[in-house]
Design a binder for this molecule. Structure first.
Ligand code: PEP
Ligand code: MG
Length: 594
């Protein structure tokens, strides 16, 4: 038996098999029963064949359009697929260690990757990029449909204890806590938000274990004590029996919304908080409803562009999609954000006419994207606006413009809405009056929120980008990701500024960034005066639960203090002090309306 000691942040005892989630590598490692080894090996073989077919297709396309020299790069990748150093080794890992194939593939990459790093010849060293490409493709093909951590964890049988390098609140919100009995993380002091989340969910948790995710083998039996901060690895039968006797912890139902609650969140002092959902695919609507969302606060419409374009019927295709959303969410409102893509993403779609290569977060964050791009691509924009206006006849639809930096852009965009309306009218169609709002996600927009607020029906603060642009931290660049800090005093001040400007103009303001799905930050945002949020659907029940245990008035005081504190650390400490001193049971579910 091995005993690891960290910081217990949420009491209770959890026992189960270890499942290891490496957020950094986006990989999950779990032990498979002996009987499943053959299935896993078959999946590996199928992924190899799928990858081979894809690479051959890409090779042929590249040879046709870009010439043989470039196409030859893919020969190297095809050869790698047959190299015994790669898949034969991965197969051996699956067999010997009885772990899932995806982890075995990742393991081979890490081993081979260090061999490449040690090579002196720069040309050969750079082949590591090809290897990473092949591994990424294999892993994607192995998952086929298992995308989010929730999907991955769902693939695991039986109760387990999650061991991770770090667990961000947005990932924690997607975990099936009915299956996962508790969690342990390597990261320590910075996981406080997750710790608060753990307490809200009543999940035992230990943080600050440094290298537990590397030391604990997948499938090892674990006992985790969230009060003492101890994690026992492969404890003896006697220890397990003893713990079973003492534990007595009632398993909590942790399905996304066990009581099927709907309606607003209600703070302990009775303040109503509107909770809507951020979704990306029309299929997410069902999840939003299940989680009790009071509407869709952000539909990222650009995900529609990931589908094959159908120029002839593009307006019709989009109209049907928007209409289904609006009708599916009725009587609640749906806020649809116009396309927020960048030039590269759009060019890829237009070139290939398919999803390949379309990925969020690529491209230049300061380049031609969002509203800027739409204003240079009027036809694309007008088509979307016509579809939106038509869908507006079927329910409570709102149109939201992303990435606006000032009033000029807003006016220009509104003029395009008018053009789209005129086109519909010329066709003899009704043009409904659809509310138009802006996202506040560029610091300039926050500073002129009072001016924007005069000309829109609502504002939505997009903290994901606001933080990135305000702090000059690329949110996709992990080398600077530690500087991406929602609690930076500048961020809190900008949010307060926008909230005040909107209130003065009497228009609703909501917040739809990731920040809202972090319970500790949500409490502070309520203190800053915000009353409407949109978040990842799975975070809604947790938010509702947390809100029931905090007083908006207390939070208002903390927020006032926070706005004067000089550092992130000081703000964090104060916030945690207040949230941690909530009386036991303060997180009992609110009496939300059904
Ligand atoms: C945001 O910027 O906060 C936001 C919600 O938009 P996205 O994450 O889609 O850029
Ligand atoms: Mg954004």
């Amino acid at each position: 038996m091995e005993r690891l000691t960290g910081i217990g942040v949420s009491g209770g005892i959890a026992t189960g098999r270890a499942v290891v989630l490496m957020q950094g590598a986006r990989a999950i490692r779990f032990r498979i029963p002996a009987a499943q080894v053959a299935t896993e090996l078959a999946a590996l073989a199928a992924a190899r064949e799928r990858s081979r077919r894809q690479l051959q297709e890409i090779r042929a396309r590249v040879a046709e359009t870009r010439g043989g020299e470039l196409a030859a790069l893919f020969d190297a990748q095809l050869l790698m697929l047959d190299d015994p150093m790669l898949l034969t080794r991965a197969e051996a890992i699956v067999r010997d260690q009885q772990v899932n194939a995806e982890w075995a593939v990742q393991q081979v990459f890490e081993d081979l990757g260090s061999v490449f790093d040690a090579i002196e010849d720069p040309y050969l060293r750079e082949r590591k990029g090809d290897l990473a490409d092949v591994i990424g493709r294999l892993r994607l093909n192995l998952r086929s449909g298992l995308g989010t951590p929730r999907d991955l964890l769902n693939a695991i049988d039986g109760p387990c204890v999650l061991v991770c390098d770090e667990l961000t609140p947005s990932v924690a919100a997607q975990v099936d806590w009915g299956k996962v009995q508790g969690f342990a993380t390597d990261a320590g002091s910075r996981t406080y938000h997750t710790a608060i989340l753990a307490r809200s969910l009543d999940v035992p948790a230990v943080v600050g274990l440094h290298d537990a995710s590397r030391r604990i083998p997948a499938g090892a039996t674990l006992v985790l004590d969230g009060a003492t901060g101890e994690v026992l690895v492969e404890p003896s039968r006697e220890v397990l029996d003893d713990i079973a006797l003492r534990a007595g912890r009632q398993p909590v139902s942790r399905t996304p919304n066990p009581q099927g609650r709907r309606g607003p969140g209600v703070t302990a002092d009775g303040v109503l908080i509107r909770l809507e959902a951020n979704i990306e695919l029309p299929g997410d609507l069902e999840t939003a409803r299940e989680c009790g969302a009071q509407g869709i606060g952000l539909y990222r419409s650009e995900f529609l562009l990931a589908e094959t374009p159908d120029e002839a019927d593009e307006e019709e295709r989009q109209y049907e999609m928007y209409r289904r959303l609006v009708e599916g969410m009725a009587p609640e409102p749906v806020t649809i954000r116009t396309f927020d893509v960048d030039e590269d993403q759009l060019a890829t779609r237009e070139r290939r006419g398919a999803t390949a290569g379309w990925s969020r977060g690529r491209g230049n964050p300061l380049g031609l994207r969002g509203m800027r791009l739409c204003l240079t691509r009027r036809e694309l924009f007008r088509t979307q606006l016509r579809a939106l206006l038509r869908a507006g006849r079927h329910g409570r639809l709102r149109i939201m413009f992303p990435f606006v930096s000032g009033v000029e852009q807003l006016r220009e965009a509104r003029a395009v809405v008018a053009e789209a309306g005129a086109e519909l009218a010329a066709r003899g169609e009704d043009v409904p009056d659809v509310p138009i709002g802006v996202m506040i996600e560029i610091p300039a927009a926050a500073y002129v929120a009072d001016l924007l607020a005069r000309e829109v029906a609502f504002c939505t603060i997009g903290t994901n980008d606001l933080i990135q642009y305000c702090l000059a931290v690329d949110r996709a660049d992990e080398r600077v990701s530690r500087l991406y800090e929602p609690l930076h005093p500048a961020i809190l001040r900008l949010i307060a500024l926008v909230r005040r400007a909107s209130d003065r103009r009497g228009i609703p303001v909501s917040l739809c960034g990731e920040m809202a799905s972090d319970p500790a930050l949500l409490a502070l945002l309520v203190g800053l005066g915000l009353r409407e949020f949109s978040m990842t659907p799975a975070a809604i029940p947790v938010a509702r639960q947390l809100l029931a245990g905090v007083s908006a008035e207390d939070m208002r005081r903390v927020a006032r203090e926070a706005l004067r504190l000089p550092t992130v650390d000081a703000i964090e400490r104060r916030l945690l002090e207040v949230l941690s001193s909530r009386p036991a049971g303060a997180t009992a579910p609110a009496g939300g309306q059904k």
